[in-house]
Design a protein around this ligand. Sequence first.
Ligand code: GLV
Ligand code: MN
Ligand code: MN
Length: 417
Amino acid sequence: MSQLASNLQIDSARLWGTILETAKFGGTPKGGIRRLTLTAEDKQVRDWFRAACEAAGCEVHIDALGSMFALRRGRDMSKPPIGLGSHLDTQPTGGKFDGILGTLAALEVVRTLNDAGIETELPICIANWTNEEGSRFVPAMMASAAYVGDFTTDDILSRQDIEGITVGEALDSIGYRGDVPVGTQKFTSFVELHIEQGPILEAEGKTIGVVDSGQGVLWYDGQITGFESHAGSTPMTLRRDALATLSEIVLAVERIARGFGPRAVGTIGEAVIASPSRNVIPGEIAFTVDMRSADADIMEHLHKALMDAAAEIAAHRKVAVKIEKVWHKPPTHFDKTLVDAVETAAQALGYSHRRITSGAGHDACNLNTIMPTAMVFVPCKDGISHNELEDATQADCTAGANVLMHTVLALAGVASK
Ligand code: GLV
Ligand code: MN
Ligand code: MN
């Protein structure tokens, strides 16, 4: 690699500027972002992103699930590009960095290469994957899952949000149902930069997480059917209370996950009483369960323990509990060669680093099933994410973008002049 390329650094102020500038699309009073996938706010950031990629000389195309691909040509166009990017959608009360850092850093890499007049041997291609978060449409990371063949495009297009709007309708409403079939844009390999979303890097004072694995995910939809009755006149012994039942299930999920120490987590993040009223004993409740582990055997135990606990609680409370598995993502083991490439880049740039397992799911975890993939993590403040308080320093974001760029340069190769 030329000296120019090996000494190259991204423009820290420009990267930070784009993070702050795009945070206005769906920005909340508490400094976070509410930018649910395929909403008007998502369209705003997508339009901004398309224009910025085109201004950086990329050719942008959109696939049938709305994922955006911005191609920067290389000297050898006979090979698929090196992919880099993440997602621009957020949680309902999300922060300014989850997904956004990886996508905007990818743009910054292209801008930096342009400014330095560096041509890569292989092309490179920025991706913004649709619905990484999964809070409007299930499953999370649905577009990259369809991309790798886990779901058909039609299946995903028919998924509905809580108001019955399908993915297809939502894509049309913002004009992002593209004409490129899902899976058309091939990649030689893919690298995603992300905030850690956990406390490890910060606690250990490390700048870069070299992600070598990711937790598997189990998602369930649950339904409890008890019996509505009068809060004043129904004796405690005669109740079939759906909410009291849910309380036991919540504690069971906590107990089951804790039983595996730090190697498993379990959460009930949604619970809706069908017709809540303070003087009616709840009769119907819908809820979700999210359980994760990086160990496939533990995931099997989590599943079985949840089913057993639900059956036992339902029997002694005399209510019906239905729990349906709606998503099963096995643990991820990222490509060894690519993980080494990330580590080499972090080392060469002089950043402190450590290997790390991702607690969160990422599009990269899906992509890794069909192509060599790796991830770069940077610390986030107090390990907080999926929260408007989510924060990361400019210096750490810059370091992550530099590692991303140098990993991509190593993979794509610098064309000699
Ligand atoms: C994605 O944000 C996840 O749930 O890990
Ligand atoms: Mn994310
Ligand atoms: Mn997220």
